[in-house]
Design a protein. Structure first.
Length: 187
């Protein structure tokens, strides 16, 4: 596993299903399996980037696990991967995507890839807005000559420009996915 490899946690009480998903993803991601809700919560920490979560599990359901994940404010994406057909109850749930079983290897890969692109986009966007805010404050308080004479400001301006390009590229990558565009067109 490379140090930059993303971690996916597969949570399903059907061990064969969880193991199959892990096998499909293991060449591209570090994959961990949990076969019960509490086991998933015990494993889950800041290192997990994406959780693939079954809704119907004995003991602690996927819905309950999802609530605990959100309560812990972990910065991971959660995809419900379940045989439960969606109903209006999903409106109150804090998941990032919802797949109805059976799912294919390609569908699972594409979904994980999209979730990771969203995480990357979110962090870049937050950093970008933070730097833009600092730049705006300095520009409101300092004259042009003082700004241009300060190496840290010049570096800040360059970082803002670079991050703007990265954010735009990430946004374009996200909007290349038909589902993402379709969701916004529906709004």
């Amino acid at each position: 596993m490379s140090p930059n490899q993303s971690t996916v946690l597969v949570v399903d009480d059907e061990q064969d299903v969880a193991d199959l998903y892990a096998m499909w993803l293991q060449d591209d991601y570090h994959v961990q399996n949990a076969y019960q809700g509490q086991e998933a919560l015990d494993i889950l920490d800041e290192s997990v980037d994406v959780v693939l979560l079954d809704r119907r599990m004995p003991g602690q359901s996927g819905d309950e696990v999802l609530e605990r994940i959100r309560e812990r404010e972990l910065n991971c994406r959660v995809v419900m991967v379940t045989a439960v057909k969606p109903d209006f109850d999903i409106l109150e749930m804090g998941f990032d995507d919802y797949l109805v079983k059976p799912v294919s290897a390609d569908e699972l890969h594409e979904t994980v890839s999209t979730m990771l692109a969203r995480v990357d986009y979110d962090s870049k966007l937050q950093e970008y807005y933070s730097l833009v805010s600092k730049k705006a404050v300095l520009e409101a308080e300092k004259d042009e000559q003082a700004l241009e004479a300060n190496d840290e400001y010049v570096e800040l301006r360059e970082n803002v420009d670079q991050l703007r390009e990265e954010v735009d590229a990430s946004r374009d990558e996200l909007t290349d996915h038909d589902d993402f565009v379709g969701a916004f067109e529906d709004l």
